[in-house]
Design a protein around this ligand. Structure first.
Ligand code: ZN
Length: 362
């Protein structure tokens, strides 16, 4: 097979030898096809998919995407109280910048306390301070895991006009079609858009009705569908990411005679393919109308995200709760050891007291 992006990036080696994640790994994609050369695979990943992954990283964390390779990186956001905080995959939220507190006691000894995301950072800050002040450490560094109390009070916004985001979207439908055996000459609209030859968006939002049949309501599904319609002489695709980014992509004019349809449904929280279906039957006029979206369609996106958010975040909230209970129990047990009490009631009391200091339950 010839590399599907031949002619777009420099140094294409023409032959497809490299496995491409049709839906990027960063958002939990699993389906892989050999349809690109290594050069174009790397360049499309660096220049297009990275933009999409960056915008969707917070959702990958909060919706508990199970990636095939690596973990989702921490996501820094500015919350409504204007604090820089980091969301982490394990259900914790921490301050983005390390906090350092240096005190001197009556004996002239200096105590350094550092709060940071990792013990490695704390160690670096402490050794940097010692070096700068020409001091030496009298005792070993003590580590303690603390949980901070941040509410989920923040807003999410996306920029779908971002070119790398948009190209990554179009590429998913295009390469799914191409690797399914649809010849490149049927996919001209998508190719011209990816190539930069056509500045016009070849995709638009699709929210008028829910096309997915038997949708699992609590799963932020990914969907990629391609349809070749011999009557309307059009090839188009439907893409859905996280259950609420829903777009139709016009791929090109169909010159074949056979109606074809390829579809793929994924639960990105488990990596499992879903056995559901889609009702996709658009006329050429309907596809063209979708490419010129109305304001109401864009508003539908926000309404859908708002209505689904609490359902999709359930898994992450469970991890958050488990972390909170572990931390509160651990802290209670330390507190009891210090006071030499071994009373189960006192222990439970302390666990609850520690838990209620976090605003998870508010
Ligand atoms: Zn190539």
């Amino acid at each position: 097979m010839i590399c599907g992006l031949k002619g777009i990036f420099e140094k294409c080696s023409l032959e497809a030898t490299s496995e491409e994640h049709i839906i990027p790994n960063a958002i939990g994609g699993r389906l892989k096809r050999v349809c690109l050369c290594r050069n174009c695979n790397t360049k499309a990943g660096d220049q297009w998919d990275s933009g999409l992954a960056k915008q969707l990283n917070l959702l990958s964390i909060l919706f508990s995407v199970a990636r095939e390779r690596g973990d989702s990186p921490n996501e820094m956001i500015l919350n409504n109280e204007l604090e820089k905080i980091l969301f982490r995959e394990d259900g914790t939220i921490i301050a983005s910048a390390p906090k350092t507190n240096i005190t001197e006691d009556n004996n002239g000894e200096i105590h350094i306390e550092v709060q940071s995301a990792s013990s490695k950072t704390a160690k670096q800050i402490i050794s940097g301070f010692l070096k700068k002040e020409n001091l030496y450490a009298k005792s070993e560094i003590e580590y303690r895991e603390e949980l901070e109390s941040y509410s989920l009070d923040f807003s999410i916004s996306f920029d779908f006009t971002d070119e790398s985001f948009a190209r990554s979207l179009v590429k998913m439908a295009y390469l799914y079609a191409y690797s399914s055996g649809i010849e490149g000459r049927n996919l001209d609209s998508a190719f011209a858009y990816l190539d930069g030859e056509s500045k016009e968006h070849c995709f638009g939002p699709c929210y008028k009705e829910d096309l997915v049949i038997n949708r699992p309501e609590e799963v932020p599904i990914h969907v990629v569908v391609v349809k070749c319609c011999a009557i309307n002489k059009i090839v188009y695709g439907y893409l859905e990411l996280f259950g609420f980014i829903r777009v139709i992509v016009k791929l090109g004019d169909y010159i074949g005679r056979e109606n074809l349809m390829f579809k793929y449904f994924l639960d990105p929280t488990t990596g499992e393919e879903l056995n559901i279906d889609i009702n996709l039957d658009l006329t050429i006029e309907e596809v063209n109308a979708i490419l010129k979206p109305q304001r109401s369609e864009i508003e539908s996106f926000n309404i859908l995200l708002e209505s689904k958010f609490n359902l999709f975040i359930k898994k992450w909230n469970k991890k958050r709760l488990r972390k909170a209970i572990e931390w509160a129990s651990c802290k209670a047990s330390q507190e009891l050891n210090q006071s030499k009490e071994e009373n189960i009631q006192a222990y439970i009391f302390l666990v609850y007291k520690n838990l209620s200091s976090l605003n998870i339950f508010n």
